[in-house]
Write a protein that binds this ligand. Structure first.
Ligand code: AMP
Ligand code: MG
Length: 489
């Protein structure tokens, strides 16, 4: 199909040279076939239904054919995994197919995950299993629906290729789309391998392609680092406010555009447990939910260190010094929105902390609590009827009633309608709960994609009612709670 060979395809990253990765011929899937695709994203990229349903696209997705006849490129990066520097990383099972230019002129990386071995595969097989691929597909849609920066997923393929994990599973691919696949680890690699000319090239490339407005700054590299620090703080503030636990915040999983990147054993909290750990190989809780803000700074410091050939250390430290304040401001704003508070007032942090304590001691469902609170008129907050509406979420009615009175004090003079409107646009009804992802995976493995389609429907518009799919807002049964997931994918 002409569209996959046309004028609109570029290879600017692979043209940066051999310091940045290696050309790789992918290994095709056996009987690769498209499993599902994102029609919204396809449209945004200017692809028609016929393009997506073409055999050329199927072959592309099945690693049979490259984009525009060009051999794909495996990117080299390194990074800190669980605090330890690992020089051996890189695209071990994914390849950059090329960059797609949309009608507005924006370039989008097309990256095929699960396309077979590359020079960076180490002992891996270069494959991705259906289970983990579908989890990334669902999470990408969920984050977009919540307006949290994320990579996207255009389509998935399944196959007859078996792969060995804890059991034999099906190999799948995912076509990941984002403006940039550059990670903190790309900078770390060029720094630690002392390729400082290439480090300058990378910084210039990132500025020219992703932050052109910074090119004229007095110190463009300082402006770049500052931008990354601020955006990362904002992204993590959004994770904390919605209850998202990434699970593997290694520096090779941190995007230079501060998008949520590399979905592995992530979780959206069901019960509010601040020290939730969703990755069962995270023995020390390094990536626990409440550690994410601090780990964000740790990771940015690792990036800052890699910037030392580009900037004075003092400048770097100054920029890093702004992170906490930036995160705090973004987080407080996000939490105020969740409670429908238009401005900051003294005593707000006490109100927040009392609420967190209440939710934690009662193991209340984080999402359902806020959503229910978004539906109660201010006048009704301190009534027996309201208490009974929370009864299955919070057992300790005395503490709840005390908190609701404090909250009522804070909001009673505000316009109740405006408050509810703000809260209902901030507190989702639907999140990607692990038990729901698992149900979709179990069905997909049996060839039934309906649960996936239903989940995508609610996650794409998570604030809407979706009456026929209301059951997808339910919290899990006790036995389905706290699934911890391995990195095996
Ligand atoms: P991740 O845990 O997905 O962030 O991956 C960490 C590193 O391991 C990256 O360099 C991946 O490319 C590589 N990797 C993960 N799974 C595989 C696999 N099945 N085959 C080859 N490389 C892999
Ligand atoms: Mg990774």
């Amino acid at each position: 199909m002409a569209v996959f060979n046309g004028e609109n395809i570029r290879f600017s990253f692979s043209q940066l040279g051999s310091a940045f990765g290696k050309a790789v011929t992918p290994t095709p899937l056996e009987n690769g076939r498209i499993l599902t695709y994102d029609a919204t994203l396809a449209e945004k990229l200017g692809l028609t239904d016929a393009d997506i349903k073409s055999d050329t696209f199927r072959a592309l997705l099945s690693a049979e054919q490259p984009l525009a006849g060009r051999t794909p490129f495996a990117m080299k990066y390194t990074g800190h995994q669980f605090g330890q520097y690992n020089p051996e990383l890189g695209d071990g099972r994914g390849v950059l197919l090329g960059e797609w230019r949309d009608d507005t002129g924006t370039l989008w990386d097309w990256h095929l995950k699960g396309a077979g071995k590359t020079p960076y595969s180490r002992h891996g097989d270069g494959r991705a299993v259906l289970r983990s691929t579908l989890r990334e597909y669902l999470a990408s849609a969920a984050m977009r629906g919540l307006d949290i920066p994320t990579t996207q997923a255009l389509a998935m393929a399944t196959s007859d290729t078996p792969v060995m994990r804890e059991r034999i599973e099906t190999a799948a691919t995912l076509l990941r789309i984002t403006e940039s696949h550059v990670r903190f680890g790309h900078f770390e690699y060029l720094f630690y391998s002392q390729q400082h000319d290439a480090l300058h090239t990378l910084a210039d490339y990132v500025i020219a392609r992703h932050f052109p407005e910074l090119a004229d700054a007095e110190k463009p590299y300082a402006a770049l680092l500052q931008e990354i620090v601020e955006r990362t703080a904002e992204m993590i503030a959004k994770w904390q406010a919605v209850g998202f636990n990434h699970g593997v915040m290694n520096t090779d999983n941190m995007s230079i555009l501060s998008q949520t990147f590399d979905y592995g054993p992530y979780a959206f909290l069901d019960d509010f447990n601040p020290s939730n750990i969703c990755n069962h190989t995270d023995y020390t809780g390094r990536y626990a939910f409440n550690q994410q803000p601090a780990i964000g700074l740790w990771n940015l410091s690792a990036l800052g260190y890699a910037f030392t050939p580009l900037l004075d250390s003092e400048v770097i430290n100054d920029i890093l010094g702004g992170y906490e304040q930036h995160l705090q401001v973004a987080y407080s704003k996000a939490m105020r929105d969740k409670l429908g508070l238009p401005d900051a007032q003294q005593g707000d942090s006490r109100l927040f902390n009392a609420l967190f304590a209440l939710l934690e001691t009662n193991r209340a469902d984080y999402t359902l609590f806020f959503r229910r609170l978004s539906e109660i008129e201010s006048d009704l907050l301190v009534t027996a009827q309201t208490l009974s509406q929370f009864s299955e979420l919070i057992a300790d009615t005395d503490s709840l009633s005390e908190w609701l009175s404090e909250y009522h004090q804070r909001v009673h003079h505000l316009d109740s309608h405006a408050r509810l409107q703000c809260m209902q646009a901030t507190n989702p009804r639907f999140i990607l709960r692990n038990y729901l992802a698992q149900q979709a995976i179990d069905a997909a493995e049996q060839g039934d994609m309906q649960p996936t389609h239903d989940l995508i429907t609610v996650l794409s518009a998570p604030f809407d009612a979706h009456p026929s799919l209301a059951h997808l807002a339910q919290r899990p049964a006790d036995e389905d709670k706290d699934l911890t997931l391995s990195c095996s994918s």
